[in-house]
Design a protein around this ligand. Structure first.
Ligand code: HEC
Ligand code: HEC
Length: 365
């Protein structure tokens, strides 16, 4: 009886044990799976939302490199999270306020997976109270050469595009309210002390700076802190397309546009029917024309700020006749620029939009 009981007990505990083991295994496999799933999600998000600018492996493009050792060693997960959320208002880096917390975390997990041996640092929030005036002097003697006045950031974008040939990577906007809101004093200090190998950003000692100097610069940078613009209320959305009804015939309207273009410092490039190239020549629709015109100064300036604008330039107007009505339609430059998060470009576009509207009004009224 006793042995039998023992035997049953033995079987039972074995069974229980295996059940427990099995469950533990399942739980571990499930955690593993959800880690994998989160990483896969992060990779997918990165490819769709970030890789156009930062490169598919984070080596940089229009955006900065994100896979450098010194970058991953000095930036905290909190900084990454905030930077993704806030972007850099007025710079090319957009804000991704629409992503869920889980999505942002999976993006960070993916970025960290490039160099799993590097542990993300965690900074204490101790405030650095140095000498702001001393810091300003150092900034204006050294940092300003790349980060520009008050740290508004270098002209142009990223690594490979519209940069001056002597600078490998455009200096980021370290006086930007979103950078200052994302980075702690201790993190900024650590970045300056470390520098970023294989970029123009040198370590403090190589710039001849002591730790005290760095404290002073951090204090100066912190003093630049401005309020963050509220999301979505920065600009009223502009209409995507400007539409004018012409009081002239189709031919007259085209001639007017050509004449006005010259008056407004645009160069007339060419005109063609809208469907040229898509149909036989005798089937082209003579009631729908495209007129191309361009301002090369603006084109060059805009391209040096952000090369992607090239996809939309030169400007073209569509002129079409429907019944007795002649309509002129163009993409609104202001709308185009609102797609690019770039204050410099926006200024140029506002200027162009004004000229553009005046020119088309004059051709149609
Ligand atoms: C339209 C181009 C563009 C896209 C899209 C973009 N970025 Fe950026 N990103 C930039 C630029 C340019 C900068 C440098 C900002 C500056 O000049 O201050 C930047 C900066 C950053 C920084 C700060 C880097 C540093 O050294 O501190 C991080 C982090 C970052 N981006 C992550 C992302 C992630 C993650 C995504 C996708 C969710 C993304 N970016 C999408 C252009 C872009
Ligand atoms: C020769 C040009 C140059 C000088 C001088 C320079 N920097 Fe930089 N700095 C850069 C570049 C380029 C980067 C971006 C490196 C990268 O790709 O990660 C950078 C990055 C940084 C960052 C990280 C910002 C971010 O978005 O991640 C900080 C902070 C910074 N610099 C502070 C300073 C300070 C303070 C000084 C002066 C003491 C200074 N830099 C001098 C070119 C420069």
């Amino acid at each position: 009886m006793k042995t039998r009981f023992n035997w049953i007990f033995y079987r039972l505990s074995f069974l229980l044990g295996s059940v427990l083991l099995l469950t533990a295994g399942d739980v571990m496999a499930a955690t593993d799976n959800s880690e994998q799933a989160s990483l896969a999600k992060g990779s997918e998000l990165f490819q769709t939302k970030c890789s156009v600018c930062h490169g598919s492996e984070g080596s940089g493009g229009v955006g900065m490199p994100l896979n450098l050792d010194d970058f991953l060693k000095t930036t905290s997960d909190k900084y990454l999270q905030q930077t993704i959320r806030l972007g850099r208002p007025g710079r090319v880096m957009p804000s991704f306020s629409e992503l869920s917390d889980v999505q942002v975390q999976s993006l960070i997990k993916y970025i960290r997976s490039w160099k799993p041996e590097i542990k993300p640092p965690v900074y204490d929030q101790t405030h650095i109270a140095g000498d702001k005036e001393q810091g300003k002097q150092i900034f204006n003697a050294i940092c300003i050469n790349c980060h520009r006045e008050e740290g508004i950031g270098g002209k142009g974008t990223g690594v490979t595009f519209s940069r001056p040939r002597d600078a490998e990577i455009i200096a980021p906007a370290i006086g930007n309210p979103a950078f200052l809101a994302s980075a702690s004093d201790q993190m900024i200090k650590k970045i300056i002390m470390t520098g970023r190998e294989s970029t123009p950003m040198m370590a403090a000692t190589s710039m001849g700076l002591t730790e005290k100097d760095v404290d002073n610069v951090v204090t100066y940078l912190r003093s630049l802190s401005k309020e963050l613009p509220e999301h979505g209320h920065e600009h009223k959305p502009d209409a995507a397309v400007l539409t004018y009804e012409s009081s002239y015939s189709l031919e007259e309207t085209i001639d007017n546009i050509k004449a006005a273009a010259i008056g407004y410092n645009f160069r007339y490039i060419r005109e063609q029917t809208l469907n040229r190239g898509f149909v036989e020549k005798d089937q082209e629709n003579k009631n729908q024309y495209l007129v191309y015109f361009c301002n090369f100064n603006f084109l060059n300036q805009a391209l040096s700020v952000d090369p992607r604008i090239g996809m939309f330039l030169p400007f073209r107007a569509t002129i079409m006749k429907k019944g007795d009505t002649v309509m002129v339609m163009t993409v609104n430059p202001n709308y185009l620029c609102s797609l690019f998060n770039n204050a410099e470009l926006r200024e140029g576009c506002e200027f162009m939009s004004e000229k553009y509207e005046a020119m088309l009004e004059e051709s149609t009224l």
